[in-house]
Design a protein around this ligand. Structure first.
Ligand code: DAH
Length: 341
């Protein structure tokens, strides 16, 4: 029996030391030390031993069990270490591999220009307001003193939703003047950027949808001098210090007097070139003193308050700033174009 136990121990320790994975190791534990295992089978024969031999064999059996358990523990530790090593090896990150490129987008060039304009006006105490693109003809035309026969009201020029020409896609941001005067306390200093729509064929300078920025100041004692000084300042911030401007008389139904603001061509200095179409000047915006009828129509007493307003095209500004020669490029969203900015 002694020999049996010793050979069991030797065989167990040898096979355990050769075991390559955890599952086989567990099977070995069951095989040697389990309830139905080999050691238990040997111990079952203890009954046939004499009273002197029994405790000696008992002690030996305990020692054999302890030795096999130690062998199992050591092997288990070794295997788990190896397992970890293999895992670290196979899952290792090769830091020398080129990284996956994260392609970050960026703001559209036109919105860069818009942000710049917003910053300039915020710096002067203006608020930025937003309003509906689907508008009532009343706001888009009538309350801006645009009479019923005005050509811009034609169905060939404007997108209408209803046969009675009551609801339309706004053709300008100027209705925001009426919205602002109706809803805001005086004095008012706002700019309102947004989309506008006209039935124009698409070409290098036209699109049925484009953007305008409306600006308006209403307060006591506001004059044309405020209009000129403010817009001159804005133009210098956009086009650079020393930019020469010209205020040219014009007509808009909602301002009186009205003007257009030109800048001297920054390309040729006024001599005339393709950029300014030989004019020497580039038109930047329309402006004027808000018509007393428009003020009164919004419940503001034109004898107490006065105001000035302007409207400018955002695309044209962006095209000038980034030297873009075709309006369509701004809307096509071709990455090869956008990535240049
Ligand atoms: N709404 C005009 C247009 O679309 C531009 C404009 C001119 C706006 C003069 C104004 C203004 O506020 O005072 O052509």
């Amino acid at each position: 029996m002694k020999e049996l136990m010793q050979s069991l121990r030797d065989a167990a320790i040898r096979t355990i030391s050769e075991t390559a994975d955890m599952e086989t190791l567990e099977a070995q534990r069951v095989k040697y030390l389990g309830k139905k295992g080999e050691l238990t089978a040997i111990l079952r024969q203890m009954g046939s031993l004499s009273a002197e031999e029994r405790p000696v064999m008992g002690q030996l059996a305990n020692r054999v069990r302890a030795e096999i358990e130690t062998a199992l523990d050591e092997r288990r530790e070794l295997l788990s270490k190896k397992l970890l090593e293999r895992k670290l090896e196979t899952e290792a990150v090769d830091v020398t591999l080129p990284a996956k490129q994260q392609r970050l987008g960026h703001k559209h060039p036109m919105y860069n220009v818009l942000d710049q304009i917003k910053d300039i006006f915020i710096g002067m105490g203006f608020e930025i307001v937003d309003g509906p693109e689907v508008e009532l003809a009343d706001y888009n035309f009538t309350r801006l003193n645009i009479d019923e026969a005005h050509p811009s009201r034609e169905w060939t020029d404007t997108f209408y939703f209803t046969p009675d020409s009551r609801i339309l896609l706004r053709t300008q941001t100027s209705p925001m003047q009426v919205h602002a005067m109706e809803t805001r306390p005086l004095p008012i200093r706002i700019i309102a950027p947004g989309r506008v729509y006209r039935k124009d064929e698409v070409d290098a300078t036209h699109s049925p949808m484009f953007h305008q920025i409306e600006g308006m100041v209403v307060d006591k004692g506001v004059t044309m001098a405020d209009l000129k000084a403010t817009l001159n300042l804005v133009v210098e911030k956009i086009y650079g210090e020393g930019t020469v401007t010209r205020f040219r008389p014009h007509h808009f139904p909602f301002t009186e007097p009205s003007c257009e603001l030109d800048i001297r061509c920054h390309k040729c200095g006024g001599k005339g070139c393709p950029t300014c179409k030989g004019e020497g000047w580039i038109e930047v915006l329309g402006a004027g003193m808000i018509h007393p009828k428009v003020l009164a129509g919004c419940g503001i007493d034109p004898d107490v308050y006065s105001g000035w307003a302007f409207g400018m095209g955002l695309e044209r500004l962006a095209m000038g700033e980034y030297k873009i020669n075709d309006l369509r490029l701004i809307f096509e969203n071709d990455k090869r174009f956008l990535e240049q900015f």
